[in-house]
Design a protein around this ligand. Structure first.
Ligand code: SF4
Ligand code: SF4
Length: 106
C-alpha cells in the first residue's frame, strides 16, 4: 500500500488491502538497510528474516477487513516493495482481480 502517488485515484488503499494479502512471496525484503529492517517489529517478520511474516498469504501487519477498511501496522517502516506498489499498477490490478474479480481492475 502506498498513498504517496495515486496512479489510479479511484482506488482507495485504505478500503482495499489486496496487495497485502495476495501472496506470502510478495512482501519480501530487498534493498532495505539493516537499520530499516531493525525498525520493523520482530513479530511481523518471517522466520527466515527475508520478508514480512504472512499467514495464508496475508501479511500479519495488515489490520482490518479486506475490501472494507484496512491499515498497515508498520506503515512508517514498511518494506520497499510496499512503498513502490502503486494503486493501478500491474501488481495492484493482479491482486485486486484475485480478491474482487475482473471488474475491480477497471
Ligand atoms: S491492491 Fe492496489 S488499491 Fe489495493 S491496497 Fe494495494 S495498491 Fe492499494
Ligand atoms: S507491511 Fe504493510 S504495506 Fe506491506 S504487505 Fe504488510 S500490511 Fe501491506
Amino acid at each position: 500500500m502506498n498513498h504517496a502517488v495515486a496512479a489510479n485515484p479511484d482506488f482507495d488503499c485504505q478500503s482495499c488491502g489486496a496487495c497485502c494479502a495476495y501472496s506470502a512471496d510478495w512482501p519480501r525484503f530487498s534493498l532495505e538497510t539493516e537499520e530499516e529492517l531493525e525498525r520493523i517489529p520482530a513479530a511481523y517478520v518471517a522466520a527466515d528474516l527475508g520478508g514480512m511474516r504472512c499467514e495464508n498469504d496475508r501479511c500479519t501487519a495488515l489490520e482490518g477487513k479486506l475490501g472494507r477498511s484496512v491499515g498497515c501496522k508498520v506503515y512508517e517502516m514498511r518494506p520497499i516493495v510496499c512503498r513502490t506498489c502503486m494503486p493501478g499498477d500491474d501488481e495492484c490490478l493482479m491482486a485486486r482481480e484475485q480478491f474482487f474479480g475482473v471488474a475491480a481492475g477497471l
